[in-house]
Design a protein around this ligand. Structure first.
Ligand code: BJ8
Length: 372
């Protein structure tokens, strides 16, 4: 049975476009984003709106391939295609788009995208050391200056404090949601949680807080009554699954699995770690910890996956890579090796946004779920 709160989430999402255009008419600036590394507290503190951009559908890939190579990650092609086709309302309403130097494909695509929309690129250093952190703190300072210039609003200490607390509130609610997912039966399906993460990048932050609060109450009631979903408990890890790309989660839940956690940017990488303080440095430090595979020696990601398997009582891990995503694909070999050492079953899947591999993936996932 559909959760009441998920119905409400879908309604909020259906109204979001109109709400966003209204907020823009009222004079708010909109900052489009591609990545979990963009510190949204700063955008909110500038009285502006952060919004995640489309990039999860196959439809916009052909137009992107007029400029981009075919053998490139579908997320990158889809995003570029949405801008080129002018078919993503969030792109169209954005005054400026924030990109970041994560993977090679994205970075080089931004050089082309700059011709279509004003962009600001943040330099994310890939090595996790003190020198790199200093560079990143500077990048976050530069972003603050840019937001102040674009919005004509000063980001005061008071405003920043308010927004740090607000975004931390969202993180605390997601932590609570993960706590509830430890239960057997699990009170919510993975497909609903995926939608929640996808829309958390798009919705007004106050709406996200309201939805999460309601959802937690609803799930607590279900847990108390012992209601929920049974099946092989799966932790997903890998590339983010942006709106439109639900294929793998749907397949897992179709063949007898239930997704109980996601180590992904539509998952834990979105909310893990609080901002511990109210300075730019405190904000930068939290984002610098995000264990994206674009970083060098990303061992904390591997540790996180192992910890999540235990905490969420997962029976197995589905490692999802988007085609031509070299960072997550190569890192997958180390993740697989480490999980196998611990006796944790893992299957690695590589896919794109088309439907053509659905039957083949279904067969593989079915066999994996039967085996674990
Ligand atoms: S922090 S995961 S949102 S970069 S899937 S475009 S990595 S080739 S999306 Fe990501 Fe930020 Fe990292 Fe998260 Fe490149 Fe891979 Fe495509 Fe990717």
């Amino acid at each position: 049975m559909e959760l009441k709160t998920i119905k409400k989430l879908m309604e909020k999402f259906a109204n979001r476009k109109e709400q966003l255009y209204k907020q823009k008419e009222e004079g708010k600036k909109v900052f489009g984003m591609f990545c979990a590394y963009v510190p949204i507290e700063l955008i909110l503190a500038g009285n502006a709106i952060p919004v995640g951009l489309c990039g999860g559908k196959n439809d916009t890939i052909p137009i992107a391939e007029e400029d981009l190579p075919r053998n490139l990650c579908p997320l990158i092609k889809s995003s570029y295609g949405f801008k080129k086709a002018k078919s993503c309302p969030y792109f169209e309403v954005s005054d400026i788009v924030i990109g970041e130097t994560t993977c090679e494909g994205k970075k080089k695509m931004f050089e082309l995208m700059e011709r279509l929309v004003p962009m600001h690129i943040m330099h994310l250093p890939h090595i996790k050391d003190e020198d790199s952190l200093k560079i990143w703190i500077k990048e976050v300072e530069k972003l603050k200056e840019l937001i102040e210039k674009e919005t004509d609003n000063e980001i005061t200490e008071e405003k920043l404090k308010e927004m740090v607390d607000k975004v931390n509130r969202v993180r605390a609610l997601f932590y609570k949601l993960y706590e509830l997912r430890k239960n057997k039966p699990v009170p919510i399906k993975g497909i609903d949680v995926l939608k929640l993460f996808q829309f958390a990048y798009l919705l007004d932050i106050d709406d996200t807080i309201e939805i999460l609060g309601d959802l937690i109450k609803e799930l607590e009631e279900k847990v108390e009554k012992g209601e929920g979903f049974e099946g092989k408990r799966i932790l997903i890890t890998g590339c983010p699954m942006v709106a439109g790309n639900n294929k793998i989660v749907e397949l897992i839940e179709e063949v007898g699995g239930v997704v109980v956690g996601e180590e992904s940017c539509t998952g834990t990488r979105f909310f893990e770690n609080f901002v511990e303080g109210y300075s730019i440095e405190d904000i930068a430090k939290r984002y610098f910890k995000i264990p994206c595979a674009c970083r060098f020696k990303n061992d904390d990601r591997i540790e996180n996956i192992k910890r999540l398997v235990k905490e969420l009582n997962a029976d197995g891990v589905v490692y999802c890579t988007l085609q031509y995503c070299h960072t997550f694909n190569v890192e997958g070999a180390r993740v697989e090796e480490e999980l196998k050492k611990e006796g944790i079953p893992v299957i690695r899947i590589e896919t794109d946004y088309s439907e053509s591999d659905k039957e083949q993936l279904k067969t593989r996932l079915e066999a994996f779920i039967e085996m674990i």
